[in-house]
Design a protein around this ligand. Structure first.
Ligand code: KIV
Length: 276
C-alpha cells in the first residue's frame, strides 16, 4: 500500500523519525522503495548529480516530468514527491497550479515540492486547495543560489532566524504536509520543528528535525565532484564502479570476455553450409 501524506504527518505525532532519499530513475527508485524508505524525492538536484550542470537552475519541467515518471514506475509503496524546477511556480499562481497539476497527472507522483516560505505561501495554499499535496523547502534553497552568493548556512543572525521561523509557520498555515529545511544550524531547526504542526525534514539541519533527506548519490559515494559536509557516505560506489569497468575494459582487450558462458551456441552444420 502506498504511503499517504496523513501517515507522514502521523509519524511526527508519534515521534517516529522519517527517512527520505532522492531517486531519479526506475532502478534506484525500486531499491530505495524495497528498503522501506517512505518518501522519495525526485529532486532537481538531478541537474548536478545526473546531468552534470553546476546548479539546479538549468533543469526544466519536461526533464523533471521524464525522471519522475521513471521513479513512479519503480516505487510501489513510497510516496513520490516531484520537485518543481526553477521558474515553474514563481511567475504566477496560475502557472504554479498548472505545473503542479502536470506532475500529478502526467507522472503519477503523489506530491510536489517547491522552494520558499512566506513569499510562496499563497501559491502553496492555492495548489493544496486544488487537491495537490505540497512539501515546502526553506533555508538554503538551491534555485536562489545566485541570490545567496553560494552555499551558505542560513538563519545565523537573529533577523535571519526569525525570518526562517516565519517561513516555516507560513508553509504550515498554507497547508504544506512537510517542510524541508536545508543548511540551517541544528538548534534553530530543532526549535522550528517544535513550533510547527507538520514534519520538518532536514538536510544539514541536525538531529532535531522530524526526518532527514539526502541526495542518494551523496550517501552512496557515487557523485564525487563535491561531497557536502552534511552527507555520510554509507558506500563508495564510484570506486566499485571504476574497478568493475576497468576490469571489463581490460578483459575485452585481452580476449578474456566474453567466454562460452556469455555466448549462444548453434548447430555448427549451419555455419558450414553457409561457407559452401
Ligand atoms: O533537489 C533536491 O534533491 C532537494 C533536496 C536536497 C532536498 O531539494
Amino acid at each position: 500500500m502506498r504511503i499517504t501524506i496523513n501517515q507522514i504527518k502521523e509519524m511526527k505525532q508519534k515521534g517516529e523519525k522519517i527517512s527520505m532519499l532522492t531517486a531519479y530513475d526506475y532502478v534506484t527508485a525500486k531499491i530505495v522503495d524495497e528498503a522501506g524508505v517512505p518518501l522519495i524525492l525526485v529532486g532537481d538536484s538531478l541537474g548536478m548529480v545526473v546531468l552534470g550542470y553546476d546548479s539546479t537552475i538549468p533543469v526544466t519541467l519536461e526533464v523533471m516530468l521524464h525522471h519522475t515518471k521513471a521513479v513512479v514506475r519503480g516505487a510501489k509503496n513510497a510516496l513520490v514527491v516531484g520537485d518543481m524546477p526553477f521558474m515553474t511556480y514563481q511567475i504566477s499562481t496560475e502557472e504554479a497550479i498548472r505545473n503542479a497539476g502536470r506532475f500529478l497527472q502526467e507522472t503519477g507522483c503523489q506530491a510536489v515540492k517547491l522552494e520558499g516560505g512566506v513569499t510562496v505561501a499563497d501559491k502553496v495554499k492555492k495548489i493544496v486547495d486544488c487537491g495537490i499535496p505540497v512539501m515546502g523547502h526553506i533555508g538554503l534553497t538551491p534555485q536562489s543560489i545566485n541570490q545567496f552568493g553560494g552555499h551558505k548556512i542560513q538563519g545565523k543572525t537573529p533577523e535571519a532566524a526569525s525570518r526562517l521561523l516565519e517561513d516555516a509557520i507560513a508553509l504550515d498555515q498554507a497547508g504544506a504536509f512537510a517542510v524541508v529545511m536545508e543548511t540551517v544550524p541544528a538548534p534553530l531547526a530543532a526549535f522550528i520543528t517544535k513550533k510547527i504542526s507538520v514534519p520538518t525534514i532536514g538536510i544539514g539541519a541536525g538531529i532535531g528535525c522530524d526526518g532527514q533527506v539526502q541526495v542518494i548519490n551523496d550517501i552512496l559515494g557515487s557523485y564525487t565532484d563535491f561531497v557536502p559536509k552534511h552527507a555520510r557516505q554509507y558506500a563508495k560506489i564510484a570506486g566499485i564502479m571504476s574497478e568493475a569497468i576497468s576490469q571489463y575494459h581490460s578483459e575485452v582487450k585481452s580476449g578474456k570476455f566474453p567466454t562460452e558462458a556469455q555466448s549462444f551456441p548453434m548447430d555448427e552444420s549451419i555455419i558450414k553450409n553457409l561457407d559452401k
